[in-house]
Design a protein around this ligand. Structure first.
Ligand SMILES: [Zn+2]
Ligand SMILES: [Zn+2]
Ligand SMILES: [Zn+2]
Length: 133
């Protein structure tokens, strides 16, 4: 996924659609306009960790807008990194573990599967073995 900042908001480029937040309204490039959000916007909510119940319509609240700004900053800082377990590109900077020593990143989900049988306080970086918080 690619995120770009424009004068009017943000553009999220997904695999089969692009979603923009022009003037604080969600607009999808492939879905017909209606009152509620489409699956593409739902996907972005998921990445933002925002509850759909709090944001059932297409107008972006200031709370959600602040969350998008925060997401964008984290996204830019992360660059184009890959998860060292599944080797997929990291899409959401919020659902990862990042090693503060060597900056290795893994999806939380991949890490949880990997450490399925280990207590949580043994979470370690797979590359440098520093503990992850
Ligand atoms: Zn859509
Ligand atoms: Zn992964
Ligand atoms: Zn590390």
């Amino acid at each position: 996924m690619l995120i770009q900042k424009t004068d009017h908001g943000f553009v999220f480029t997904l695999k089969n659609a692009s979603v923009s937040t022009k003037d604080r309204v969600w607009t999808c490039s492939v879905c017909t306009p209606n009152e509620t959000v489409c699956a593409h916007v739902e996907y972005i909510y998921e990445l933002l960790h925002a509850s759909l119940r709090l944001c059932p319509n297409k107008t972006i609240s200031s709370m959600l807008h602040a969350r998008i700004e925060q997401f964008y900053d984290a996204y830019c800082k992360l660059g184009n990194k890959q998860c060292v377990i599944c080797l997929e590109e990291i899409e959401s900077p919020f659902s990862i573990y990042e090693c503060s020593r060597c900056t290795t990143v893994v999806h939380m989900e991949c890490m949880m599967q990997y450490w399925d049988f280990e207590p949580i306080h043994f979470l370690q970086c797979l590359i440098c073995f520093a503990s992850l918080k």
